[in-house]
Design a protein. Structure first.
Length: 93
């Protein structure tokens, strides 16, 4: 499978593409992404305009200033699934 991870923060893209960014502030996230990327035949990072990443911004609006996180343990909410499908751009082999 080929995977493209779209991010709307250019500096995050640069950090994720670095050979070893494990000591940075996002070191744990970087390590997890690198481990997961080995499961795919192709894995790349692409910068996209913020408007192209509606899932992230919708999730951020769900979290209030008093509630700092949300978890869905059994199923992803329908509204989130619809947004994710809309943001997905399948790649051709």
């Amino acid at each position: 499978e080929n995977v493209v991870l779209e991010v709307d923060c250019h500096s995050l893209k640069i950090s994720l593409e670095s050979i070893d960014d494990s000591c940075s502030l996002i070191g744990g996230l970087w390590h997890d992404i690198m481990e997961l990327s080995r499961s795919f035949s192709s894995f790349k990072f692409v910068w996209v305009r913020r408007e192209a990443n509606s899932v992230v911004h919708s999730c951020a609006s769900v979290v209030s200033s008093t509630e700092h996180s949300c978890f869905w343990l059994d199923a992803i909410p329908d509204w989130l699934t619809c947004l994710a499908v809309g943001d997905c751009t399948p790649t051709s082999d």
